[in-house]
Design a protein around this ligand. Structure first.
Ligand SMILES: Nc1ncnc2c1ncn2[C@@H]1O[C@H](COP(=O)(O)OP(=O)(O)OP(=O)(O)O)[C@@H](O)[C@H]1O
Length: 210
Protein backbone atom coordinates (compact mmCIF):
# COMPACT_ATOMS: atom_id res chain seq x y z
CA UNK A 1 0.00 0.00 0.00
CA UNK A 2 1.12 3.56 -0.73
CA UNK A 3 0.51 5.33 2.52
CA UNK A 4 0.85 9.07 3.18
CA UNK A 5 0.73 9.45 6.95
CA UNK A 6 -0.20 12.82 8.39
CA UNK A 7 1.93 14.78 5.96
CA UNK A 8 2.33 18.55 6.08
CA UNK A 9 3.76 20.66 3.29
CA UNK A 10 4.02 24.29 2.23
CA UNK A 11 6.28 26.14 -0.17
CA UNK A 12 8.52 28.68 1.50
CA UNK A 13 6.85 32.06 2.05
CA UNK A 14 3.39 30.54 1.57
CA UNK A 15 0.83 29.34 4.04
CA UNK A 16 0.97 25.52 4.26
CA UNK A 17 -0.95 23.75 1.51
CA UNK A 18 -1.87 20.91 3.83
CA UNK A 19 -1.12 19.73 7.30
CA UNK A 20 -1.65 16.28 8.82
CA UNK A 21 -3.06 14.98 5.54
CA UNK A 22 -3.37 11.21 5.07
CA UNK A 23 -4.07 9.18 1.95
CA UNK A 24 -3.88 5.46 1.14
CA UNK A 25 -3.70 3.86 -2.27
CA UNK A 26 -3.81 0.08 -2.60
CA UNK A 27 -2.14 -1.96 -5.36
CA UNK A 28 -4.69 -2.46 -8.12
CA UNK A 29 -6.85 0.46 -6.95
CA UNK A 30 -7.86 3.43 -9.14
CA UNK A 31 -8.46 6.49 -6.99
CA UNK A 32 -9.55 9.91 -8.31
CA UNK A 33 -8.33 13.26 -6.99
CA UNK A 34 -10.17 16.47 -7.83
CA UNK A 35 -9.90 19.97 -6.41
CA UNK A 36 -9.91 23.59 -7.47
CA UNK A 37 -6.91 25.08 -9.18
CA UNK A 38 -4.04 25.85 -6.82
CA UNK A 39 -5.29 23.64 -3.99
CA UNK A 40 -2.18 21.46 -4.19
CA UNK A 41 -3.13 18.37 -6.22
CA UNK A 42 0.09 18.32 -8.26
CA UNK A 43 2.11 19.07 -5.14
CA UNK A 44 0.49 16.13 -3.38
CA UNK A 45 1.23 13.96 -6.44
CA UNK A 46 4.91 14.97 -6.36
CA UNK A 47 5.09 14.24 -2.62
CA UNK A 48 3.60 10.79 -3.16
CA UNK A 49 6.19 10.09 -5.88
CA UNK A 50 9.07 11.27 -3.68
CA UNK A 51 9.86 14.29 -5.86
CA UNK A 52 9.15 16.59 -2.90
CA UNK A 53 9.65 15.80 0.79
CA UNK A 54 6.94 16.42 3.38
CA UNK A 55 7.91 18.79 6.20
CA UNK A 56 6.09 16.52 8.62
CA UNK A 57 4.74 13.00 8.41
CA UNK A 58 5.97 10.25 6.10
CA UNK A 59 5.18 8.43 2.89
CA UNK A 60 5.61 4.66 2.91
CA UNK A 61 5.17 1.73 0.58
CA UNK A 62 4.27 -1.46 2.40
CA UNK A 63 5.32 0.19 5.66
CA UNK A 64 8.81 1.16 4.36
CA UNK A 65 9.84 4.71 3.47
CA UNK A 66 9.96 5.57 -0.25
CA UNK A 67 13.42 4.67 -1.61
CA UNK A 68 15.66 7.70 -2.04
CA UNK A 69 17.61 6.28 -5.00
CA UNK A 70 17.16 3.91 -7.93
CA UNK A 71 13.94 3.41 -9.85
CA UNK A 72 11.03 5.28 -8.32
CA UNK A 73 8.25 2.78 -7.51
CA UNK A 74 5.78 5.68 -7.65
CA UNK A 75 5.87 7.50 -10.97
CA UNK A 76 4.43 10.99 -11.34
CA UNK A 77 3.15 11.65 -14.86
CA UNK A 78 2.71 15.37 -15.52
CA UNK A 79 0.30 17.15 -17.82
CA UNK A 80 3.06 18.73 -19.91
CA UNK A 81 5.35 15.97 -21.23
CA UNK A 82 7.68 18.40 -22.99
CA UNK A 83 8.84 19.60 -19.55
CA UNK A 84 9.68 16.04 -18.52
CA UNK A 85 12.03 15.10 -21.36
CA UNK A 86 15.48 16.03 -22.55
CA UNK A 87 14.75 17.98 -25.76
CA UNK A 88 18.04 16.81 -27.31
CA UNK A 89 17.31 13.08 -26.90
CA UNK A 90 15.59 11.21 -29.70
CA UNK A 91 12.34 9.44 -28.85
CA UNK A 92 13.92 5.97 -28.87
CA UNK A 93 16.49 7.03 -26.24
CA UNK A 94 13.77 8.72 -24.16
CA UNK A 95 11.49 5.72 -24.33
CA UNK A 96 14.20 3.18 -23.51
CA UNK A 97 16.01 5.17 -20.80
CA UNK A 98 14.83 2.94 -17.93
CA UNK A 99 13.54 -0.13 -19.75
CA UNK A 100 12.70 -1.55 -23.18
CA UNK A 101 8.95 -1.67 -23.87
CA UNK A 102 7.86 -4.47 -26.21
CA UNK A 103 6.56 -3.78 -29.70
CA UNK A 104 3.09 -4.90 -28.69
CA UNK A 105 3.06 -2.41 -25.80
CA UNK A 106 4.18 0.30 -28.21
CA UNK A 107 1.25 -0.65 -30.42
CA UNK A 108 -1.13 -0.51 -27.44
CA UNK A 109 0.05 3.05 -26.81
CA UNK A 110 -0.25 3.93 -30.50
CA UNK A 111 3.47 4.68 -30.80
CA UNK A 112 4.50 4.64 -34.48
CA UNK A 113 7.93 3.19 -35.39
CA UNK A 114 8.90 6.32 -37.32
CA UNK A 115 8.55 8.48 -34.17
CA UNK A 116 11.55 6.72 -32.62
CA UNK A 117 14.15 8.58 -34.66
CA UNK A 118 12.53 12.01 -34.09
CA UNK A 119 13.29 14.66 -31.48
CA UNK A 120 10.48 15.28 -28.98
CA UNK A 121 9.79 18.66 -30.61
CA UNK A 122 8.78 16.76 -33.77
CA UNK A 123 5.89 15.00 -31.99
CA UNK A 124 2.54 16.51 -31.09
CA UNK A 125 1.86 17.05 -27.38
CA UNK A 126 -0.50 14.07 -27.36
CA UNK A 127 2.00 11.80 -29.13
CA UNK A 128 4.76 12.78 -26.71
CA UNK A 129 2.41 12.21 -23.79
CA UNK A 130 1.89 8.61 -24.88
CA UNK A 131 5.67 8.11 -25.12
CA UNK A 132 6.11 9.55 -21.61
CA UNK A 133 3.39 7.39 -20.09
CA UNK A 134 4.83 4.21 -21.59
CA UNK A 135 8.39 5.01 -20.54
CA UNK A 136 7.18 5.41 -16.93
CA UNK A 137 5.77 1.88 -16.82
CA UNK A 138 9.07 0.11 -16.14
CA UNK A 139 8.99 -3.20 -14.27
CA UNK A 140 9.35 -2.35 -10.58
CA UNK A 141 6.90 0.54 -10.79
CA UNK A 142 4.01 -0.09 -8.39
CA UNK A 143 1.98 3.12 -8.45
CA UNK A 144 1.20 5.82 -11.00
CA UNK A 145 0.22 9.40 -10.27
CA UNK A 146 -1.49 10.46 -13.49
CA UNK A 147 -1.69 14.26 -13.22
CA UNK A 148 -4.09 15.56 -15.91
CA UNK A 149 -2.34 13.31 -18.45
CA UNK A 150 -5.20 13.20 -20.96
CA UNK A 151 -6.33 16.82 -20.82
CA UNK A 152 -4.64 17.74 -24.10
CA UNK A 153 -5.92 14.74 -26.06
CA UNK A 154 -8.93 14.43 -28.33
CA UNK A 155 -11.68 12.11 -26.99
CA UNK A 156 -10.66 9.08 -29.07
CA UNK A 157 -6.94 9.35 -28.24
CA UNK A 158 -7.91 9.93 -24.60
CA UNK A 159 -9.93 6.72 -24.60
CA UNK A 160 -7.09 4.78 -26.25
CA UNK A 161 -4.55 6.11 -23.75
CA UNK A 162 -6.64 5.12 -20.74
CA UNK A 163 -7.38 1.72 -22.27
CA UNK A 164 -3.64 1.09 -22.68
CA UNK A 165 -2.85 2.30 -19.14
CA UNK A 166 -5.65 0.12 -17.77
CA UNK A 167 -4.26 -2.94 -19.55
CA UNK A 168 -0.75 -2.46 -18.12
CA UNK A 169 -2.11 -1.52 -14.69
CA UNK A 170 -4.24 -4.68 -14.61
CA UNK A 171 -1.31 -6.85 -15.72
CA UNK A 172 1.06 -5.42 -13.10
CA UNK A 173 -1.51 -4.72 -10.41
CA UNK A 174 -0.58 -1.03 -10.30
CA UNK A 175 -2.31 1.43 -8.02
CA UNK A 176 -3.29 4.55 -9.95
CA UNK A 177 -4.10 8.01 -8.59
CA UNK A 178 -5.85 9.97 -11.34
CA UNK A 179 -5.70 13.74 -10.83
CA UNK A 180 -8.18 15.71 -12.92
CA UNK A 181 -10.67 18.55 -12.94
CA UNK A 182 -12.88 16.34 -15.10
CA UNK A 183 -15.04 14.64 -12.50
CA UNK A 184 -16.91 12.65 -15.18
CA UNK A 185 -13.56 11.16 -16.28
CA UNK A 186 -12.69 10.34 -12.66
CA UNK A 187 -16.00 8.63 -12.13
CA UNK A 188 -15.55 6.58 -15.30
CA UNK A 189 -12.04 5.46 -14.37
CA UNK A 190 -11.98 5.25 -10.60
CA UNK A 191 -13.82 3.39 -7.91
CA UNK A 192 -13.58 6.32 -5.49
CA UNK A 193 -12.80 10.02 -5.66
CA UNK A 194 -11.14 12.33 -3.15
CA UNK A 195 -11.66 16.09 -3.30
CA UNK A 196 -8.93 18.41 -2.05
CA UNK A 197 -10.09 21.73 -0.62
CA UNK A 198 -8.44 24.02 1.92
CA UNK A 199 -5.82 21.44 2.75
CA UNK A 200 -8.31 18.69 3.51
CA UNK A 201 -9.23 15.55 1.59
CA UNK A 202 -12.83 14.42 1.51
CA UNK A 203 -14.20 11.24 -0.06
CA UNK A 204 -16.90 12.03 -2.62
CA UNK A 205 -19.65 9.62 -3.51
CA UNK A 206 -20.65 9.39 -7.17
CA UNK A 207 -23.92 11.23 -6.51
CA UNK A 208 -22.57 14.42 -5.02
CA UNK A 209 -20.21 16.89 -6.64
CA UNK A 210 -18.77 19.57 -4.38
N1 LIG B 1 7.80 25.31 -6.85
C1 LIG B 1 6.89 26.10 -6.28
N2 LIG B 1 7.26 27.15 -5.52
C2 LIG B 1 6.35 27.93 -4.89
N3 LIG B 1 5.03 27.75 -5.00
C3 LIG B 1 4.59 26.71 -5.76
C4 LIG B 1 5.48 25.84 -6.44
N4 LIG B 1 4.76 24.91 -7.10
C5 LIG B 1 3.46 25.19 -6.85
N5 LIG B 1 3.35 26.28 -6.05
C6 LIG B 1 2.12 26.86 -5.53
O1 LIG B 1 1.49 25.88 -4.72
C7 LIG B 1 0.07 25.92 -4.90
C8 LIG B 1 -0.43 24.54 -5.33
O2 LIG B 1 0.04 24.26 -6.64
P1 LIG B 1 -0.36 22.91 -7.37
O3 LIG B 1 0.25 22.96 -8.74
O4 LIG B 1 -0.02 21.77 -6.51
O5 LIG B 1 -1.95 23.07 -7.46
P2 LIG B 1 -3.02 22.22 -8.28
O6 LIG B 1 -4.16 21.93 -7.36
O7 LIG B 1 -2.37 21.05 -8.92
O8 LIG B 1 -3.46 23.29 -9.39
P3 LIG B 1 -4.00 23.08 -10.90
O9 LIG B 1 -5.32 22.37 -10.80
O10 LIG B 1 -4.13 24.50 -11.40
O11 LIG B 1 -2.96 22.28 -11.65
C9 LIG B 1 -0.19 27.02 -5.92
O12 LIG B 1 -0.56 28.20 -5.23
C10 LIG B 1 1.13 27.20 -6.63
O13 LIG B 1 1.31 28.53 -7.06
Amino acid sequence: MLDARKISFGFRSQTPLFSQLSLQLERGEWLGLSGDSGMGKSTLGKLLAGLLQPQQGEICIDSKPLPSQGLRPVQWLPQSPELAVNPRWRVKKLLCEAWHPSESLMQDFGIQPDWLSRLPSALSGGELQRVCVLRALAPGVRYLIADEISTMLDPITQLELWRAVRKVADQHHLGVLVISHDTALLERLCTQRLHLAQGTLAMVTTLETP
